[in-house]
Design a protein around this ligand. Structure first.
Ligand code: NAP
Length: 271
């Protein structure tokens, strides 16, 4: 969007850093148009030295310098940050909140009833440019602005635009999902080690197998069930392993894990 020129990040943690790297790499903004505020002088120094970005220790100061504000603090400080910047906030500016579990209504209640807010749920792989971010535009956010914000999150992976009511389920699936996948990956590597493979080799095999399989689904658009059938030959090794997985209730367990994480996301969003 043409009118978004300058972005301020309030909270210069891991997610802010991943987004800033993506924004600069994709050429969405010049580093001179990005500002960061944080309570930690070490983090401010890091942004300054590593990326040549202007930093401030006061959240109000970066507010004045920007057209778009990214709230990238932890959920337990968001209310106090909103109270702190409220007086300086110009409702013409757009806010992106990546604060886990905090609904748009809580942001507007805390800063300005007329504030235009986009809530985003990115996941951990944004740190390596392979994230999934779900974006929910609030009241007054234009399609053009949503498209620009999508390109911002596409710079660190892929993004989808959804209604806010779906974001707890996104948190349960894609937000918590990397932890579920890490656990599965570790178990696969343990299986390889049990059968005599060196640990490092087993980890490489498990990671590449997971990544390659996910890419096949994304790139071919083929149903995972039909891809599974292509691997499982009659009376072969794969069907023997699949039978064990089904006996262990792996599908039901994974569905329940996503259900539990979604329910918990909803609980955390309520004060
Ligand atoms: N990491 C993920 O996978 C992930 C995924 C999706 C969404 N999120 C959400 O994204 C947000 C940021 O996550 P993160 O992993 O980047 O967290 P983080 O690394 O802890 O970054 C938050 C930063 O904000 C600073 N901060 C604390 N109080 C502040 C204040 N009053 N004003 C300005 N800055 C302040 C923190 O400093 P101190 O450390 O000194 O307190 C820290 O540097 C969180 O709400 C998180 O739940 C994270």
């Amino acid at each position: 969007m043409a009118s978004i020129k300058r972005i301020a990040f309030i909270g210069g943690g891991n997610m802010a850093e991943a987004m800033i790297r993506g924004i600069i790499k994709a050429g969405l903004c010049n580093k001179k148009e990005i500002f960061v505020s944080d309570v930690s002088p070490d983090r401010l120094r890091h942004f300054n030295e590593m990326y040549g970005i202007e930093t401030r220790s006061g959240n109000k100061e970066v507010l004045k310098l920007s057209d778009l504000i990214v709230l990238s603090v932890r959920p337990f400080v968001v209310d106090s940050v909103l109270a702190e910047i409220k007086d300086q906030f110009d409702p013409g500016k757009l806010i992106i909140s990546i604060v886990t579990g905090i609904p748009i209504s809580r942001i507007t209640e805390g800063i300005d009833k007329e504030a235009r807010v986009i809530r985003a749920v990115p996941n951990l792989p944004v740190l390596v440019g392979e994230g999934l971010s779900a974006i929910a535009p609030g009241k007054g956010v234009t399609e053009e602005e949503t498209a620009w914000i999508s390109s911002l999150f596409n710079s660190v992976g892929r993004s989808v635009v959804l209604e806010e009511k779906y974001l707890d389920a996104v948190t349960g699936l894609a937000g918590s999902g990397p932890a579920f996948v890490f656990l599965i990956l570790e178990a696969m590597a343990d299986g390889g080690v049990k059968m005599g493979l060196p640990r490092e080799t087993a980890m490489l095999l498990a990671s590449q197998t997971l990544m390659g399989s996910a890419r096949m689904v994304l790139e071919t658009g083929e149903h995972p069930g039909s891809l599974k059938d292509r691997v499982a030959s009659p009376g072969g090794t794969t069907i023997a392993g699949l039978h064990r997985l089904e006996k262990g209730g792996v599908r039901g367990t994974i569905i329940s894990a996503i259900e539990a994480a979604t329910i918990r996301a909803g609980e955390l969003g309520r004060r």
